[in-house]
Design a protein around this ligand. Structure first.
Ligand code: HPA
Length: 248
């Protein structure tokens, strides 16, 4: 295993981001956590050592409700990561956040049902109630915003993310309810990832990419094909933002 405290930045790649091809000298490694072992890639970019975990596995084989969020965040912490840049494909609940737009999520609403969502389950690790007034790392969001704007990329500097259990998509009635609750985006993975990162005292931000209009916003039935299609069409843009954010 690469020595602890050597790797400072971690990338958690969401749908469509499975390969850390911006990195050089890539090695596969494994780290043991109390929640299971996690394999990750580590490599160099811009003089920095970067760890990479594809959230759904390298072949998109892990469903959102079965991702071992606790192990992934614990692993990042254990190998020394202080800053996590996460990517996520999201459905848009409003016509201002358009296909291919980036959104720097600043709040979430949790509609997950059956996930292990804390490190603080009592016993040895005690019961701790973390503050989530500002769930996402403001300094990192600021950097990403500046980089996206410098590169002429459409980016929204706010967004309330509604996290559903999945893996099914939502009904139009659910989407109408989420919109009434103040949601702008819907996805299946940011909770508990952001919560665990906060519990682990890490700086975590998500670059969300709008890959579709949520069910009922679009008149067409929703398919995963369109999510992948829009994500793939915008991968270069995402790469550019990741690379330039790491550089600064
Ligand atoms: N709903 C839930 N998760 C998603 C969506 C969606 O419309 N698009 C991408 N991830």
């Amino acid at each position: 295993m690469v020595g602890e405290n050597m790797i400072h930045i971690g990338i958690i790649g969401g749908t469509g981001v499975y390969d850390p091809n911006i990195l050089e000298n890539v090695q596969q490694d494994e780290v043991l956590t109390p929640y299971g072992s996690v394999s990750y890639k580590v490599g160099d970019f811009a003089g920095k050592s970067i760890a990479f975990i594809p959230r759904h596995g390298s072949k998109h084989s892990i469903a959102p409700h079965l991702i071992n969020y606790q192990a992934n965040i614990w692993a990042m912490k254990k190998i020394g990561v202080k800053i996590i840049l996460a990517t996520a494909a999201v459905g848009s609940l409003n016509l201002d956040m358009k296909l291919g737009d980036f959104v720097l999520i600043d709040q979430f609403i949790d509609f997950t049902k059956n996930r292990k969502s804390t490190f603080y389950e009592g016993g040895k690790r005690k019961v701790v109630h973390v503050d989530l007034t500002t769930p996402y790392c403001s300094a990192l969001r600021k950097k990403i915003l500046a980089v996206a704007q410098e590169n002429g990329i459409v980016v929204h500097n706010y967004g309330t993310y509604v996290c559903t259990e999945g893996p099914r998509f939502e009904t139009p009635a659910e989407i109408r309810m989420f919109a009434k609750f103040g949601g702008h985006l819907v996805g299946m993975t940011n909770v508990p990832e952001v919560v665990l990162a906060r519990e682990a005292e890490m700086c975590y931000a998500t670059i969300a990419m709008v890959t579709n209009y949520a069910a009922g916003i679009s008149s067409q039935p929703l398919t995963y094909g369109e999510v992948f299609h829009v994500m793939n069409a915008n991968t270069e843009k995402l790469k550019k933002v990741l690379m330039n954010t790491i550089k600064c």
